[in-house]
Every structure is written in C-alpha cells, then in structure tokens.
Design a binder for this molecule. Structure first.
Ligand SMILES: Nc1nc2c(ncn2[C@@H]2O[C@H](COP(=O)(O)OP(=O)(O)OP(=O)(O)O)[C@@H](O)[C@H]2O)c(=O)[nH]1
Ligand SMILES: [Mg+2]
Length: 455
C-alpha cells in the first residue's frame, strides 16, 4: 500500500488559486478528514472519479479556507493512484495551513518529483516521458513546448521501442537457435543480421543527432552579437528583446561590458549577448570589453556579426568578418533603411548567410529568424518525432549506438554470431535503461532529482 503524499503544487506566492495535491491509496480518505463539503451529506469518498465538490478546509483550529476538491480515482489519475486536488486561494499562509492539515490527517510531505515518480512506477509514463515533464514546465518557446509535449506523450519512447524491438527479434532468434539445436530453428545469416544492425545504427545515430537541436530548444540558442563600434549591435539587441536593454548612442564605444537577455524570436529562444565593438584600441577599458566579446564568441552556437550597410566596410569590419567566418555565423547588414554603401561581395568571401536588416525599423527581422532556424537545424526539425534533451538520454542512445557498431565489427571480422550477440544485448540494455524498463534505482532517482516539489 502506498503512503499518501501531499504537496503544494502551485508556486508559493499570492495568486488567484493555489493547489494542494494528495496521492496514494488512502488519499481520498485523508482529504475527507480535512474537507467538509457545503452539501453536508456528501463525502469525497463517495464521489466518482473526475468529479468536484465545493466546501471548506478545516484544521484543528477551525475553518481555513473555502475550496474546490477534485477527485481522481486510480488508475485514471496523473500518478495512477487515488488523487485529490484541493484548489484553495493562492496565499502562502493559507496553502501552508491546508498542507499542514493534510499532514496532520495522515499524509506525508511529498519529495521533489515524487508524484511523477509514482506515475512512472505505476506505468503511466516511461522515463523519457518523465524527463519531458520538466522540459514542458521549463519550455521558453513554442517549438520547445511542442517537442516536450510530444516526448511526454511518448515520442522518444516509441522511437527507441521500434529500434529495440528489431534488436530483440534477432537476439531472440539467435538465442533460440543456440539453446534448442534439435528444433530445426534456422541459423541467422550474418548478412541478414548485419542488415538489421545497419538499420539500427542509422536510426540510433539519427536520434543522437537530435540532441544538439533538443538542447538549443530547451536552453535557448547561445547567441552573441558582435561587430565593430557603432554598427547598431545594441539597437539590434533591443529590437530583438523588445526592450531598451542595451544603451544606444551615436558614439562609438558605447557598450563596454556584456549585456545579456533571453529573447523569443519566432518559435525559438535566443540567449543573447550584446558585446563591445571590436576594433584595434589602446584604451584599457575598451580593450577589456573587446577581450570579453571575443571570449564570449568561443563556443557560441550562433554568431550575429553586425555590419553598417550605410557606409563602406572598413579594415576592422573585414578583419572581423574573417575572424567570425563559419557556418554558424550570420552577417547582418544593418541600417538597411539608409542607402546601401557597403560592399556585400567582400563579406561574401567569409560569410555565406547575409541578411540586410534595419534594427531601427525592424525590417528584415523575419528573414533573420528564418535564417537562424535554418542554420541551427531547427527549421527542418520534426518536433513530434522524438528529440533528445537531457544528457542522460544522449548517453543512453550513444551507448546503444556504440554497442550496435561493436556488433557489426564483430560480424565483419568473421567472429561467430555469439560475439555479436553480446553487443546486441548491451544495446538492448542501454535502451531499456533509457526508457526505464530496466533502470537501476540510482538512474531513476537521477531523473527525478531535477524535479520540483509538487510535480
Ligand atoms: N538609420 C539607422 N541607424 C541605426 C540603426 N541601428 C542603429 N543605428 C544608429 O547607430 C548608432 C549606434 O547604435 P548602437 O546600437 O549604439 O551601436 P553599437 O554597435 O551597439 O555601438 P557600440 O556599443 O558603441 O559598439 C546609433 O545612433 C543608432 O541610433 C539602423 O538600423 N538604422
Ligand atoms: Mg552597443
């Protein structure tokens, strides 16, 4: 029998509504001890699932708050157990008092992630679905939210199950052949086996490749705005963030330190840094700012290199263009509201994506958004296909892929099928750990360690 856990499921702040959640076999009985419906002859215990009663919550001192109690009956609830949600007023004092009343009535305080952990243990979702619950809560943009919802509903699970099923089929056939030599079970042909493994390798590496995109979706795209002084970097930062986050003046060298903001551009989230204008200088403070800008560029997933399109490019611009050249750089030809004077040809030698834009009027921002989606690989992303977002998931798929490759190498070097079978089992085990079908307690605990209380 499971204990009854209880927690405040909403943020601890003044709000219209605050929810206390109880889960466990006796959750409804515990709730009955603290909740009295307005219609005096009713009890929560007599209620069917998916129904609500209006009433009051009481503790030893008396009436605490009025509230709506929702009843969910096992297995048709989030956790798969009996669940009651008490929707009270969202004040911290009231919620704590209601929670204490539930605990005095026999519930114990839930640990972080314990509701979802119970959902996993009761077969309501696999471990990748549980991972996605936190991704869903943390999603900063539409694409990330859609991907997390799909994963919550099993998109990663289905993708790995398909791969696992194919591996299991060949492993089972081989085991049957070895274990029952008298039963006329045909031996696996190395060619057929290699075909299955090749397919698994392709599917696993495609899945592994979704990780970079998944991380960008989840955490935002690490983006740095660079350029020579006065080209409009800070104006672009403000345009994208929709606020006056960075100071803009007509003077060169206005931005000295890094200014950061997380901004939503279309369906994507950029973690933007505005930086000091890069040029040759003897001035000490400016030089420090320029060094920071260069440091910030290292490891950035996306560089927005800004150039002033309303004047000819100078030596500093061209040096910078050479410095930032690469396939994750977009050259922004700013001040497109002015007659064009910059020689695009000179930029094209270093940077393949060039977007004319006016940070002042906003013209060209849509094109920039589309180009960013394209070069980060997020444009062609099918968010419903299953996208990896956590290190744990990446590691599980990587281990399965390595094992499949080992199996193929064993076959290619002419070893007996049994040698490959060991690696195939390892690949299956890695996938079973990923979905939690066969995961150790420490793996399960690691997943729920990043959860919040009440979820
Ligand atoms: N016409 C026009 N002017 C712009 C545009 N973007 C920026 N400016 C002007 O260019 C000047 C410099 O803008 P900033 O955004 O401060 O430029 P910056 O690159 O951040 O400059 P530093 O921080 O000094 O390196 C300001 O006078 C802006 O108003 C634009 O799209 N069109
Ligand atoms: Mg600036």
């Amino acid at each position: 029998m499971s204990t009854v856990i209880a927690a405040i499921a909403t943020p601890p702040a003044a709000a219209g509504i605050g929810v206390i959640r109880l889960s466990g076999e006796d959750a409804i009985a515990v709730a009955d001890k603290v909740f009295r419906p307005l219609a005096g002859n009713k009890t929560l215990s007599a209620q069917a699932g998916y129904t609500a009663l209006y009433g009051h919550v009481y503790d030893a001192e008396g009436d605490v708050d009025d509230c709506v109690a929702l009843v969910f009956r096992a297995p048709h609830s989030y956790t798969g157990e009996n669940v009651v949600e008490l929707s009270c007023h969202g004040g911290l004092y009231l919620l704590r008092r209601c929670l204490r009343a539930c605990i005095e009535a026999g519930a114990i305080p839930a640990e972080a992630g314990e509701f979802t952990k119970r959902a996993f243990l009761n077969g309501k979702m696999d471990l990748t679905g549980a991972d996605a619950v936190m991704d869903l809560i943390g999603a900063g943009g539409a694409l990330a939210a859609r991907a997390a919802l799909a994963a919550r509903e099993g998109s990663i699970f289905r993708r790995t199950e398909q791969i696992k099923a194919n591996l299991l089929a060949v492993a089972a056939q081989n085991a049957a052949y070895v274990d029952y030599p008298d039963d006329d079970i045909p031996e696996l042909s190395p060619l057929v086996l290699d075909g299955t493994l090749a397919e698994a390798e392709k599917a696993l590496s495609a899945l592994l490749h979704t990780f970079d995109a998944g991380r960008m979706l989840q955490e935002g795209i690490d983006t740095v705005i660079v350029g020579t002084p006065n080209v409009g970097k800070s104006t672009l930062m403000n345009r994208l963030s929709g606020t006056e986050r960075s100071i803009v003046t007509a003077q060169a060298g206005t931005t000295r330190d890094i200014v950061e903001d997380s901004v939503r551009v279309g369906d994507l989230v950029l973690r933007l840094s505005d930086t000091a204008g890069i040029r040759e200088t003897d001035e000490e403070v400016e030089a420090i700012g320029i060094r920071r800008a260069r440091d910030r560029m290292k490891g950035a997933a996306l560089i927005l290199a800004v150039f002033d399109g309303s004047r000819p490019l100078n030596d500093d611009d061209l040096a910078l263009a050479a410095e930032v050249s690469g396939d994750h750089t977009v050259a922004i030809l700013n001040k497109a509201d002015q007659p064009p004077k910059a020689e695009v040809r000179l930029l094209e030698q270093h940077i393949s994506h060039i977007v004319p834009l006016s940070a002042k009027t906003g013209e060209g921002v849509d094109t920039l958004t589309a180009v960013i989606a394209e070069i980060t690989g997020l444009a062609g992303l099918d968010e419903n296909a299953g996208i990896l977002t956590t290190e744990r998931q990446r590691d599980g798929v990587r281990r399965a892929l390595e094992a499949v490759k080992e199996a193929r190498e064993a076959l290619a070097s002419g070893l007996a099928i049994d040698a490959a079978a060991v690696s195939i089992d390892a690949a299956i085990a890695a996938l079973q750990e990923l979905t939690g079908e066969r995961a150790s307690e420490s793996v399960v605990n690691e997943v729920f360690a990043r959860f919040c209380v009440g979820k």
